[in-house]
Design a protein around this ligand. Structure first.
Ligand SMILES: [Zn+2]
Length: 304
């Protein structure tokens, strides 16, 4: 979202008392709010080290399908950590990526609950996807320094979502921030370790526009993918529209918000031809929405 709007929201949120962090903070699948780190979404989250703990707990509980990867360090020395879901001894042929808090103050408490919610779902779609050679990389907090400070940028206040190269842009960004470079390398290394795999889909969760779903291209106004590419995208967008009680607008960033060059949105599509989407949630919308994200993700995984 825009910096100006962010600033206004920041003023509003700053005028409210900030609650301290509770040691018994845990992720409750039925409740979005809780004590912990405040975000511009109005949703509080656990400390970053507890985010890592949650990922490690899932890996410990399900070593057959889950492991954590420490894929780099943030500027302030936080260990960048991802949860990788894949079936052991299975030839991996498809990969999806889900990310959150690339803008540190846009935490939605969806990505960090998604894995468990999918594993608990009776439909069993995630496990079937993994058993058919699918892999899912989950990065709940791309920018932990920003997350812990409720800051859009990283510790240098650089925008981690304007740092991604795009071969089509007249003035492409080059990786300058460790958080973005490390995430790009994580995916690149995964693909080179699994040569039959490509990145099929990437979904980045942001805040705070009411359920808006953004698709490439964002780097310049008036640039669109071809009709056949757009049709391919619809296959993954339609379930969101079907399941969400009040789906938001779907379109490109310049058409719906503003031009944004150097985003993950354009990068995953440009570099890998992935279905690349950015979801903009809000607290009001997401507090009871996890079930719909699960249904959406189940269709995504079925369609990959
Ligand atoms: Zn954002």
């Amino acid at each position: 979202m825009t910096r100006a709007l962010g600033f206004v929201l920041l003023l509003i949120i700053n005028s409210q008392p900030t609650l301290g962090f509770s040691k018994d903070n845990h992720i409750d699948n039925n409740k979005v709010d809780g004590p912990g780190i405040f975000s511009n979404s109005g949703i509080r989250g656990p400390k970053y080290r507890d985010q890592i703990k949650t990922m490690k707990e899932i890996a410990k509980k399900r070593p057959d399908i889950a492991r954590t990867i420490e894929y780099g360090q943030s500027l302030k020395g936080n260990t960048l950590t991802a949860l990788v879901l894949e079936s052991r001894n299975m030839l991996i042929t498809k990969l999806a990526l889900v990310t959150g808090a690339t803008h540190g103050n846009e935490y939605l408490n969806i990505v960090d609950r998604l894995t468990e919610a999918l594993l608990n779902s009776k439909a069993n779609v995630l496990e079937n996807y993994l058993a058919s050679g699918g892999a899912l990389i989950v990065v709940p907090i791309v920018n932990p320094d920003g997350y812990e400070k409720r800051r859009r940028g990283n510790a240098k206040n650089a925008d981690v979502n304007r740092d991604w190269p795009n071969s089509k842009s007249p003035e492409p960004a080059v990786f300058e921030q460790p958080e973005s470079q490390a995430l790009a390398n994580l995916v690149m290394n995964y693909l080179s370790d699994h040569p039959l795999t490509k990145l099929n889909l990437a979904l980045d969760y942001h805040c705070c526009v009411d359920g808006m779903l953004l698709k490439p291209w964002g780097y310049e106004k008036g640039k669109y993918m071809t009709q056949s590419e757009s049709d391919r995208y619809d296959y993954f967008i339609d379930p969101m529209i079907k399941y969400f009680p009040k789906p938001g607008k779907v379109g490109t960033p310049p058409d719906l918000l503003y031009t944004a060059d150097g985003t993950t949105l354009d990068y995953w599509y440009d570099k890998y031809g992935a279905i690349s989407l950015t979801y903009e949630g809000t607290r009001r919308r997401e507090r009871n929405n996890l079930q719909y994200h699960v249904l959406w993700w189940e269709d995504i995984l079925r369609n990959l």
